[in-house]
Design a protein around this ligand. Sequence first.
Ligand code: GLC
Length: 317
Amino acid sequence: MACVFAARADGQALELNRCVNMGNALEAPNEGEWGYVIEAEHFGAIREAGFDTVRVPVQWTAHLLGEAEQIDPVFLARVDRVIAQALGADLNILLDVHHFEALMARPARHMETFHKVWRQLAEHYKDLPDRVAFEVLNEPNGALNGVAMRKAQAAAIEIIRVHNPTRTIVLGGEQWSNVETIGTNLASGDPNIVYTFHYYEPFDFTHQNAEWTGPDGPKRRRGWGDQADRAELAGYMELARSFVDRTGKRVFLGEFGAYEKAPARDRLRYTRAVREAAEAAGFGWCVWSFSVPFPIYDPLEGAWLPGYLAALGLDEQ
Ligand code: GLC
């Protein structure tokens, strides 16, 4: 298996190299409501295929109890089980705070909740092995930008660091953590921070007919892979790479992929091209996602969709 991952630029941050997002499970208001429930054997299949990491998006704010905003112990126990299963399968885990839309809309009003969630997680998970990393907040957007975003993240990092002084922290920039905003928050000299971006360009290919993009979302059927498409990809990866050259920081491509309504052959071609470009730039990557909504695996069949492991540079079983 060819790997071209850069040596660590600084610190001892965890290597997150070949990763898959466990999307649409714990990020739904209730697991199962968005079409996917995580099963222990999925982690076995993931490890066996050659991935080393899973990113586990979690919508904690759908599970807060009372005025104290305590994370529902039943839900927390469910996440504990998922973490134990992934660790049992010899995988690194990237645990995030996902879908906190209220914070994006009204940062000041919801900041305390954000930090309360991190206070609980940082304490509860402090004894987990180093191979569990924390991602402060998925895709900051809306009003959570600029100084407001940097302050929110800096305070969360401070909270995490009380009990997790060297745990790897993953940090995304504003405006949905797109490639142009990597490192919008560079204030900290903490060597165990990895900078992340998400790549869904061109959006009218990756999100064609995706229901959640609403009435103004892309509706036209569009393929991917001509010269202009490839030049665009190369340009964006170069931009991300120039951030590394400038700062010496490590970069992780935390989400990329295309919706299942994109032409099948082009979805595969795109997956391969983005993965190869990320590796050539020295970035670990995390494909979106395992099952729905951008599937590479069929949980009912217990099988990888044809071509995806090869596109990801992993061996077909
Ligand atoms: C983001 C969203 C997730 C969505 C994905 C692709 O991660 O939080 O719900 O499926 O992007 O659009």
